[in-house]
Write a protein that binds this ligand. Sequence first.
Ligand code: GAL
Length: 452
Amino acid sequence: MARWLSAGGRCSWRRLVVCSLTCLLLLQLYSFSNRVSVEVEKMKLLSALHPFPLQEHEQVEGLILLPPFGLKYPHKINLNEEFLNASSTARTIFFPIGAVDPRGDAKNDKHYYRPGKTWLDTDGNPIHAHGGGVLFDEKSMTYYWYGEYKNGPTYHAQETGTARVDVIGVSCYSSKNLWAWKYEGIVLAAEEKNETHDLYKMKVLERPKVIHNERTGKYVMFMHIDDATYNKASVGIATSDSPTGPFEYLHSMRPNKFDSRDMTVFRDDNGTAYLIYSSVRNKEIHISPLSQDYTDVLNETARALVGHHREAPAVFKYRNVYYMVTSGCSGWAPNEALVHEAESIFGPWETIGNPCVGANKDFRAATFFAQSTFVIPMPGAGPGSFIFMADRWNPNDLRDSRYVWLPLTVRQRNERYVGLPLWSRVSIFWHKKWRIPVRENGESNYVIDLQA
Ligand code: GAL
C-alpha cells in the first residue's frame, strides 16, 4: 500500500482518476440497464393488462405530415388548425380515404373497426348515425344504433354562423355484432312545412338516444331540440312500440325549467332511468330521474361539475361506480375529453382526468379529434371492457363526419400500477384498426348471427 502510494504521486493520482471514472461508468451502466429492465417490465405489464394487441397503438406517431405550401417547418404544424382547414394537405390523416365495408369478403378485414374511416352499412351506403347511441334489445337480441341522419349539404346558419345541415331525422341501424349495420330507415322524420313544429327542418335535432321501458313496453327516444340559434335549449321525447319505429313525437320541454343542450339518457340496473344534460348555458351538468314510463323527468335535479363547462356526456356504470365522459365546449371543433366518476349518480362527481392513451400528444389532447357520444359494454371482452363511441365532426362538410369507436377499460379503484405513465383508471386506447375479441375459429365471442 505504502509502495503503491509512494510509487510517485503523479502515477497514483492517475490511477485514482481512472478507477473513479471506471466506477462511475459502471454505476451509470448499471442504473441504465436497471431502467431498461424496469421499462421492459412495464411494457410487459401493459401488454398483459391490455385486452388487445398493443402494436396498433402508435401508428399515428409514424404519420408523415406534408408541410402545407410555404410552411418550412413540418414539425411546427398545428394539428388543430390543420383539422379545421378544409384544404389542408394533412386532411387524410383525419379523414382517411377508403371505407370499412361489411359486404367485403376479405377475411382479414372482417369485423375490424378503423376509427376515422368512412363506415358503410350492409347496402354499401355511408352510415349516418351521428351524435348517436346504441340500444341492445333483449327481445330480439339485436343492437340498434340511433343517430342524426346528416346526409345533406352543410351551410352556415344566418344568425350564428354555425355550420349546420338541415334536420332530416333520426336514423336507425340494426346489427347482431356491432360491426355490420343494416339501415332500418328514418324512424323519426323532420317536419317539412310547419315552421312552428319542433322538428321543422330549419331547426335543430341532435344526440338522439333510445331506452326501453319494461313496464310500458315502449321504446322511448330523448333528443336535444333547439332552434337554429340554440336558444330554445330543450329536450324532445318520442315513443314507439318497436325499436325500428316509427316513433311518435310527443313534445319538448325544459327539464324542471332548466335549459338543456347536449344530453344523454342512462338506464340503471334497477330500471330507473336518468336524463343527463348540459345546463345553465353549458356551465354545469344536470341529472334528473325519469318518471316510471320514461316520458317525463321527476321534480328532482342534481347539479354536477358546476362551472366546469362540459358537454357531450356519455354515462356508464361499472361495479357500482358511475362514470361520465364529457367534452369541453368548442362547437364542432375537438377538445380534450375528461372522465368523471361518482358513487351515486347524483354525485358528488369527481374529475379523474383525460382517458386518452396512445397515438400522439395532439391526438390525446383532442380526444383523437372526436367528441364523446355514448359508451356500451364490449361483449365477450371480460369485466371492465367497454366501447367508447365518438364523432369526428367535419364542420366543412358535416355529412362526411366520421365515427371513432375505441376500446375503453376501467380498472378497480384499488388497482394501482404505480409509475405507469399514461395509464389512468379509465383509459381509451387509440387503435388505427381493432376488433372485438374473437374465438379461435375467427368468430366473435358473442355473435349470434353474422348476417346482420
Ligand atoms: C357541439 C355539440 C354538438 C353540436 C355542435 C354545434 O358543442 O356537442 O352536438 O351541437 O356543438 O356547434
